[in-house]
Design a protein around this ligand. Structure first.
Ligand code: AMP
Length: 547
C-alpha cells in the first residue's frame, strides 16, 4: 500500500445515522418551536430531551436492537419523537396506516412482528375489536391528549407522558451499522394483502440531505429554507410524511403538527402559526380551498408540494389565484418517497405565460439530486425524449426499498434488471423532466387511498346475479378517482346499481375493503373487452367508455 492510502487506525468512519440529523438544529436553534395543534409548544432543546427519555423508556421496557415498535397516531409531536428515538436505539419504527381495514391491520402488525404498540386513545375501540387476533405485541403505550382515565381494552404498560416523566434521559446512542433497518410500513398499492417496504438509517439520511439540496436550492420558487414554518399535510404514517419532518428538523425550522386533519382547524393553524411550507395530495388541497373558512385565510406565504396523484391544472390555477405557491412532487411508498419535483426557475417565472407556468408546475418534474430516472419500453430501453412517447418510469437512487418484507417474488419483480420499476407510465423531455400519463397497475386511488380493482371485482362477482366485472378508476374532481364498475349480468338475472352498492357495503362493514369503495359507479354492459390471451383489456374498456 502506498503512503498516500494510509488510514489512521483511529480514524472515525462516520456512519450516516438518524441520530446525527439532530446535532445541528439543537446547537444553532435550541429555542425554535415544535407546536402540536396550536395547543402544546416545545423547544428543540426540549424535543431532544424528550427523544432521549422516550429511548430510555423503550429500553426499560425491554426493547432491543432489531425489535419493531409500531405507532398508530395522527400527526403529532409524539410521532416526531418516535421518528428519532425508535431507530436511534436500533429498533425499527413501524408506522401503521390507520386507514387500513381491520383485517389488513391485523395482517401488517403480525407480518412486521410488532412488539410494542403506541396507540392514540381514539383507536382504542378498534383495538378492542382486533386484540384477540394480535399475538406479537408485548407492550402497549397509550397516546392521549386529555389524560382522563380511558376505558382500556388491554393491559397498558403506561401512558406516554407518564413514561417520559419517569425516564432518565439516555445520553449515548449506539453507533449502529448505517444499513440497520430504521423504518417499515405497508403499501396497499397493488392487489392482495399490503406489502411491507423498509428503509435504513443511511437511506433516510441521504433522502434528507438530497431533499434539502433539491428543495432548498431554487431561490426563485418553492424553496424550503430556515425561515420557513413547516406543517405536514400528508400523514406521518405514510412514507414518513414524505420524509420532510426529517428535513424540517435538520433545518431547525418551526414545525406545526396538526393532529387529525380537520379542514377548519388546518386553516386556522395556517393563519395562526403563519405556516409557509406544506405538502399534500390534491384531494386535501381541494378540500381546504372549497371550505368556507378558506375565504378568510391568508394563503399568501404558503408553499405547497402536491404529490400522491397528478396535480390538475384547474386546481393549480385555483391555488395560484389564492396566492399559494403550488408545485408537483412525485414518489411512491417504495421510494422513501421523493424522486422528482417541478420547481420553476427565475427565467421561467419571468418569461413564461401563466398558462405555461401552470403546465410546468403540474408536470411530474425533474429528478432530486442523486436520483437516476429513465422512461423505458418493455425491453428497458429508453423511449424517445419527445414528451409524447410513453414508457414505464424506472429508477435508481440511494434510498429505494431493497425489496418487500418476506416477499421474494414481488421483490424480484420490483427490481427486475437492477432498476426499481414504478409501474407508472410517463413521457419525458430532453431535460429529463417526466410527465405521468397513466399507471400500469389497475389499482384505483380514491382521495389518497388505494382500492384494489381485483378485490372489488371479486366482491361484485360474488353477487349471484353477476357474471363478470371490471373496475376502472374514473377521474373525479373531489376524490381524484372513484371506482367505476363495468358489470355483465348472468343470463336471465336482474340487479340494480343500488343493490350492488349495498352488496359492496357488506364487505366494507366487515372491514374487508376500505369504505371509499362505496363511491362506486356501475354501468351494465353486454360483454367485457378481452386481450388475445383472454385477460381483461382495461385499456380498450377505457377507450370504449371514455373513462
Ligand atoms: P403511494 O405508494 O401510495 O405513495 O402511491 C404512489 C403512486 O402515486 C405513484 O406510483 C404514482 O402512480 C402516484 N403519484 C405520486 N405522485 C404523483 C404525481 N406527482 N403525479 C402523478 N401520479 C403520482
Amino acid at each position: 500500500m502506498s503512503d498516500i492510502q494510509w488510514r489512521a487506525e483511529e480514524a472515525y468512519e462516520y456512519p450516516l445515522l438518524i441520530k446525527n440529523l439532530l446535532f445541528a438544529p439543537a446547537a444553532y436553534n435550541p429555542e425554535q418551536e415544535i407546536v402540536y395543534r396550536g395547543e402544546l409548544r416545545f423547544t428543540y432543546a426540549q424535543f431532544r430531551e424528550r427523544v432521549r427519555k422516550l429511548a430510555a423508556a423503550l429500553i426499560d421496557m425491554g426493547v432491543k436492537p432489531g425489535d419493531t415498535v409500531a405507532v398508530m397516531d395522527w400527526d403529532s409531536h409524539r410521532y416526531l419523537e418516535c421518528f428519532y428515538a425508535v431507530p436511534m436505539i436500533g429498533a425499527v419504527l413501524h408506522t401503521i396506516n390507520i386507514r387500513l381495514t381491520p383485517e389488513q391491520m391485523i395482517y401488517t402488525i403480525s407480518h412486521a412482528e410488532d412488539m410494542v404498540l403506541m396507540i392514540n386513545a381514539e383507536f382504542l375501540p378498534l383495538l378492542g375489536h382486533i386484540k384477540s387476533r394480535i399475538d406479537t405485541i408485548r407492550n402497549y403505550i397509550l397516546l392521549t391528549d386529555n389524560r382522563e382515565a380511558e376505558q382500556l381494552p388491554v393491559d397498558f404498560t403506561g401512558e406516554y407522558e407518564a413514561l417520559l416523566a419517569a425516564a432518565q434521559p439516555l445520553q449515548d446512542f449506539p453507533d449502529l451499522d448505517e444499513k440497520t433497518r430504521a423504518t417499515t410500513f405497508y403499501t396497499t398499492g397493488t392487489t392482495g394483502m399490503p406489502k411491507g417496504v423498509y428503509f435504513s438509517h443511511r437511506q433516510l439520511v441521504l433522502h434528507t440531505l438530497s431533499g434539502l439540496v433539491s428543495l432548498a436550492s431554487n431561490p426563485a420558487q418553492g424553496s424550503f429554507h430556515r425561515e420557513d414554518v413547516y406543517m405536514p399535510l400528508t400523514p406521518m404514517f405514510h412514507v414518513h410524511a414524505w420524509g420532510i419532518p426529517y428535513m424540517a428538523t435538520m433545518l431547525g425550522v418551526k414545525q406545526v403538527y396538526p393532529g387529525k386533519y380537520v379542514p377548519e382547524h388546518l386553516l386556522r393553524l395556517i393563519d395562526q402559526e403563519k405556516v409557509t411550507y406544506s405538502h399534500c395530495v390534491p384531494t386535501i388541497l381541494h378540500m381546504l380551498l372549497k371550505h368556507p373558512a378558506s375565504e378568510k385565510t391568508d394563503f399568501s406565504r404558503w408553499k405547497v408540494i402536491i404529490g400522491g396523484a397528478a396535480l390538475a391544472k384547474s386546481l393549480c390555477a385555483a391555488a395560484l389565484q389564492k396566492g399559494i405557491d403550488v408545485y408537483s412532487g412525485y414518489g411512491m411508498s417504495e421510494t422513501c418517497p421523493i424522486l422528482t419535483i417541478s420547481q420553476l426557475t427565475a427565467a421561467e417565472l419571468e418569461h413564461n405565460s401563466l398558462e405555461e407556468q401552470i403546465s410546468m408546475r403540474c408536470r411530474t418534474g425533474t429528478p432530486f439530486s442523486l436520483v437516476h430516472v429513465k422512461v423505458t419500453d418493455e425491453k428497458m430501453q429508453p423511449v424517445r425524449d419527445d414528451d409524447r412517447s410513453a414508457g414505464e418510469i424506472i429508477v435508481r437512487a440511494p434510498w429505494l426499498t431493497q425489496g418487500y418484507l418476506k416477499d421474494q417474488s414481488n421483490s424480484r419483480k420490483l427490481w427486475a434488471g437492477g432498476w426499481l420499476h414504478t409501474s407508472d407510465v410517463a413521457c419525458w423531455n430532453e431535460r429529463g423532466s417526466v410527465r405521468i400519463t397513466d399507471r400500469l397497475r389497475d389499482a384505483i386511488k380514491v382521495g389518497g387511498e388505494w382500492l384494489s380493482s381485483l378485490e372489488l371485482e371479486d366482491i361484485l362477482i360474488s353477487h349471484p346475479a353477476v357474471s363478470e366485472a371490471a373496475l376502472l378508476g374514473q377521474h373525479h374532481e373531489r376524490w381524484g378517482e372513484i371506482p367505476f364498475a363495468l358489470v355483465v349480468l348472468k343470463e336471465g338475472q336482474a340487479v340494480t346499481a343500488a343493490e350492488l352498492t349495498h352488496h359492496m357495503r357488506e364487505f366494507i362493514d366487515k372491514g374487508l375493503v376500505p369504505k371509499e369503495a362505496v363511491l362506486m359507479k356501475v354501468k351494465f354492459v353486454e360483454a367485457l373487452e378481452k386481450t388475445s390471451v383472454g385477460k381483461s383489456d382495461k385499456m380498450a374498456m377505457r377507450a370504449k367508455y371514455s373513462i
